[in-house]
Ligand binder design. Structure first.
Ligand SMILES: Nc1ncnc2c1ncn2[C@@H]1O[C@H](COP(=O)(O)OP(=O)(O)OP(=O)(O)O)[C@@H](O)[C@H]1O
Ligand SMILES: [Mg+2]
Length: 273
């Protein structure tokens, strides 16, 4: 858990704008802070801009013809734009991509070992960390010799997270870990996030459509809509917020509406009054 002496922000995203293909404006001034040792959630529906924000941080936008055109992103006070993704991994920032992306023809263990490629601290340390990963993911120990392509979705998510841990990261950017997984497995994955956060002190920024589970495990949350942060706060207070309850925690019959709908509805009401 965070205590008050531990509030240093590792990552600062300052008012960034992201444009794809020179014309498509996707992020319209997003700001957020990620405190060291915390779990921060980036929430929002399809196309809100969560993945784009994570890719902007890990400097992966160029390969998508995307570009940060305004604002800046600082990791430990240094601009990430000046490091390529591999250099960022060395600085301690690693992204676990949406959709897991294992090397399907390699075994589970070989996949995990690919995560150690930026390290230079020798085989003994790498072996020790492999055991550390297996302690967090006992299922992967059982499956260590299986070809990753034949493992289940949940196991592949574990492989992707375990591989990230093998780089000995300070911060993991975790994109949509719940995607396509049964509720029980989602819970299991988040329990592991919590255990790694508490046990290894790894800082997490995780993108999730599953607001309910994310707000139970995160310390702080940002809600993105249409490329803007529409609300942020400590997870406990977001969970109690009536708008969040109605629009994101499935406590409304009409499915998910957006804050924009509420605002225009309120405007409409004023107009009628
Ligand atoms: N490479 C790209 N080129 C053009 N537009 C893109 C590209 N990638 C994403 N977009 C657009 O940017 C917007 C934000 O997408 P993004 O993937 O960041 O959303 P998201 O919040 O991660 O959504 P999801 O929950 O569905 O993963 C969407 O409108 C999407 O269509
Ligand atoms: Mg996404």
């Amino acid at each position: 858990m965070l205590d008050s002496s531990d509030q240093e922000n590792l990552l600062e995203v300052n008012n960034i704008e992201v444009i794809y293909n020179h014309v498509i404006l996707v992020l319209k001034g997003v700001s957020l802070s990620v405190p060291k040792g915390g779990i921060t959630a980036l929430l929002g529906g399809n196309g809100a801009g969560k993945t784009t924000t994570l890719k902007a941080i890990s400097n992966l936008l160029a390969s998508e013809r995307g570009e940060v055109t305004k604002g800046n992103i600082l990791y430990r006070g240094e601009r990430v734009a000046e490091s390529n993704p591999a250099a960022l991994v060395k600085k301690g920032v690693i992204q676990v991509m949406e959709g897991r992306h294992c090397f399907e023809h390699l075994t589970v263990e070989e996949n995990l070992l690919t995560g150690a490629y930026t390290r230079s601290d020798g085989n003994a340390a790498i072996k020790r960390d492999l055991e550390m990963v297996y302690d967090y993911f006992p299922r992967l120990r059982e499956r260590r010799r299986s070809q990753a392509g034949y493992t289940s979705g949940g196991e592949q998510q574990m492989v992707a997270m375990g591989r990230a841990l093998m780089s000995r990261p300070e911060t993991i950017l975790l994109d949509e870990p719940s995607m396509g997984l049964a509720p029980q497995l989602v819970e299991q994955i988040f329990e592991i996030v919590k255990a790694v956060n508490e046990g290894e002190g790894v800082t997490f920024l995780l993108a999730e459509q599953n607001t309910n589970v994310a707000l139970r495990y995160a310390h702080y949350g940002y809600i993105l809509e249409n490329g803007r942060v529409v609300m942020d706060g400590p997870a406990a207070s977001l969970r109690e917020n009536p708008d969040v309850k109605e629009f994101y925690l499935g406590m409304s019959d009409e499915g998910r509406k957006s804050f924009r709908d509420v605002r225009s509805y309120r405007r409409r009401k004023r107009w009628l009054a």
